[in-house]
Design a protein. Structure first.
Length: 129
């Protein structure tokens, strides 16, 4: 079975709590379709929870979302992306979307803020459309 890997970023996590239909539909669909895996970078969760307390608890309750921690090599990569001007959450989303052992072909960032990824090389799914 072919799996689709999607990364949910900080703006999209905040949109879930605001009733964004496309973001909510994506989460619901992934719960019904075992071929879709949703990844949530921990820095995205942290930033979203700092902006709206309770987001982290909500994310933790959604079993379809798979949290992605930081290894030391991830920290170095995220640090370089932050030095280039990205926020920590966006930088971590870019890092999670990059090809890895678990996701050899990488992942697509599902976001309501596609402009934040310009120039990063990350593939983006615009949830505003």
């Amino acid at each position: 079975m072919i799996q689709q890997h999607l990364v949910i970023d900080q703006p999209t996590l905040l949109a879930l709590g605001s009733g964004n239909r496309n973001a909510s539909t994506l989460i619901h669909h992934a719960g019904l379709d075992s071929s879709t895996r949703l990844w949530v970078p921990v820095l995205c969760v942290l930033e979203a929870d700092r902006e709206r307390h309770g987001v982290a608890a909500h994310v933790g309750a959604l079993e379809v979302l798979n949290a992605v921690d930081l290894t030391f090599s991830d920290i170095l990569a995220v640090s370089q992306l932050c030095a280039a001007g990205l926020t920590p959450g966006i930088a971590h989303a870019v890092q999670v979307a990059a090809p890895s052992f678990e996701r050899p072909e990488g992942a697509i960032v599902a976001t309501i803020a596609p402009d934040a990824y310009q120039g990063t090389g990350a593939r983006v799914m615009d949830l505003n459309k």
